[in-house]
Design a protein around this ligand. Structure first.
Ligand code: NAP
Length: 498
């Protein structure tokens, strides 16, 4: 595919602006070939106006028509073949096997949503007879409730999933499945991958007769593009995956609009893992190896990365083996120079806060796995030790007693996940811990690891603030669709509904 670097606005490929930027190859620090044009205010407004116009037709499409659209997107993505894999790998430094897995997940997610909306019960129909109103035939009038689409949705993807949480990722798919047109803000860390997938969506829209403007994609390397998008009066909801800083900034803008709108920002998390006493008996080496693999998977660039663990201060076999495993892991290339710098600064800051020896200066471009051990007392005094440092690092909080461990758990903020490793006897002994953690997370894992989020009907990928800006929803799995719908109730209509 010949890349253009331009905006995809409805069926048009345009670039009226003069501000340009380039993608970046993390492996060699060189810019990628294509020049990308930042969207002008007029282009952003046109994309949203087209989405608003398309909404009047798109919201009335049959579920089977939208299902066919989603399936056609999956086919078009697969048709991009190795070119897409190579480009996403070049722009992210993620290995091709990982990108292939991500493409598989993206395609499977599109097909799962297509199947989901083919079942008409997805609109959650509820009916009740009325006491106060009768139909002309004397029968009680009926109330019929169901879900309907909200309107045009602005979607932002994250750099660490160039396919699965990007242009055709869970936010776009759940919005399109619900009947909402999407205007996607392309991520400046993988703009070429964004253009390829965006054009696949437009091809699918054309093949399946979807209205022009059902999908648009705008580029930008500055915050201006996203800020204007979120503040446009015709945008009715925002789906965001990325950093706390970005998600919170966009949330603040959205709630200050004359018409505030829902923002579903899925942000960072440190996903605490509790190793209870029984878990370590006779298997602390294996657990340390599995945990080290989870911490360093994808160079630690996962929102579900376990950046925090809690165990007894007597678990020295486990922490010693973990330190050995992590120090033996290879240095990895991070997604962008900015993320690598943030990782390096974050580690140095943690080390100085924890009062360990003077921070060592960071050398080279890669990210070295990192382990920091601290006491519960220190961790409670310095809450920043429990905050996300995006990359292959983890902070171990060592508790002197069960009570101390529980006191640390009680002060945790919201996380996407928490994990408990233990025996059934541990679970009974630490029932209070389970109870506390259910108030803190969207997914509680027992004897597993938080990395790896399967797309299915029961998955919850969300959690209380600051993991997300709305704990009542999930961004992964079919129930993600309900972020972009609202209930409507029809009262007394002949035949039930309109
Ligand atoms: P990011 O820097 O927040 O970028 C995400 C998108 O938001 C980009 O398009 C970015 O574009 C835009 N953006 C950021 N700040 C903005 C602002 N103030 N105003 C307007 N637009 C803004 O995130 P990232 O570095 O790509 O992703 C890494 C982070 O994502 C990590 O913290 C990771 O934990 C998190 N993450 C979370 C999940 C999840 O499901 N919860 C999944 C994957 C990753 P511009 O910079 O061009 O404006």
């Amino acid at each position: 595919m010949q890349l253009t670097g331009k905006q995809l606005i409805g069926a048009d490929i345009v670039a009226e602006g003069t501000t340009t930027f380039h993608g970046y190859t993390p492996h060699n620090g060189q810019p990628t070939a294509t020049t990308f044009y930042e969207a002008t205010d007029a282009e952003i407004d046109r994309a949203v106006a087209l989405a608003d116009n398309a909404f009047w037709t798109y919201r009335k499409t049959l579920d089977v028509q939208r299902a066919a659209f989603l399936e056609a997107i999956a086919t078009e993505i697969l048709a991009l073949g190795i070119d897409l894999i190579d480009m996403a790998s070049q722009e992210s430094a993620l290995p091709t096997a990982r990108i292939e897995g991500e493409r598989g997940r993206t395609v499977a997610q599109l097909r799962l949503f297509a199947t989901f909306i083919r079942d008409e019960t997805w609109v959650r129909p509820i009916s009740s007879p009325l006491q106060l109103q009768k139909m002309p035939n004397g029968e009680p009038a009926m109330l019929h409730q169901r879900q309907i689409a909200l309107g045009p949705v602005a979607v932002f993807g994250a750099s660490n999933f160039p396919l699965a949480f990007s242009v055709a990722g869970g936010d776009t798919v759940s919005a399109l499945a619900a009947g909402c047109p999407v205007v996607f803000k392309a991520h400046p860390a993988h703009p070429a991958t964004c253009e390829m997938v965006g054009r696949a969506i437009l091809n699918a829209a054309q093949q399946t007769g979807m209205p022009g403007g059902v999908f648009s994609l705008v580029h930008g390397a500055s915050n201006r593009v996203g800020e204007r998008l979120v503040q446009h009066p015709a945008i009715k909801a925002v789906g965001f995956t990325g950093s706390f800083r970005g998600g919170k900034a966009l949330y603040d803008l959205a709630v200050r609009r004359p018409e505030p709108i829902p923002v579903y920002a899925e942000m960072g998390s440190t996903n605490p893992v509790f190793f209870l006493p029984g878990a370590l008996v006779g298997q602390s080496d294996q657990l340390a190896a599995s945990f080290a693999a989870s911490v360093t998977q994808g160079v630690g660039q996962f929102c579900t990365n376990p950046g925090l663990f809690v165990t007894s201060d007597t678990a020295t076999n486990f922490t010693t083996e973990l330190a050995r495993q992590l120090s033996a892991m290879p240095t990895g290339t991070m997604l962008t120079a900015g993320i690598q710098q943030a990782y390096s600064h974050g580690i140095m800051h943690q080390r100085s806060v924890a009062g360990t020896q003077q921070p060592t200066p960071w050398t080279g471009n890669g990210a070295q796995p990192h382990l920091l051990l601290t006491s519960v007392e220190n961790a409670l005094q310095h809450p920043e030790l429990s905050e996300e440092v995006f990359g292959p690092s983890t902070v171990g909080v060592l508790a002197q007693s069960k009570e101390e461990l529980l006191s640390f758990a009680r002060q945790l903020t919201g996380h996407l996940t928490a994990t408990i490793h233990g025996t059934e006897a541990d679970l009974a002994e630490y029932a209070d811990l389970v109870d506390i953690l259910t108030t803190k997370v969207g997914r509680l894992v027992f004897n597993g690891f938080p990395t790896g989020v399967e797309v299915n009907h029961a998955m919850v990928h969300g959690g209380p603030f600051p993991a997300t800006t709305d704990s009542r929803s999930t961004s992964v799995g079919t129930t993600a669709i309900y972020r972009f719908t609202r209930p409507i109730c029809f009262q007394g209509f002949p035949g039930g509904t309109v």
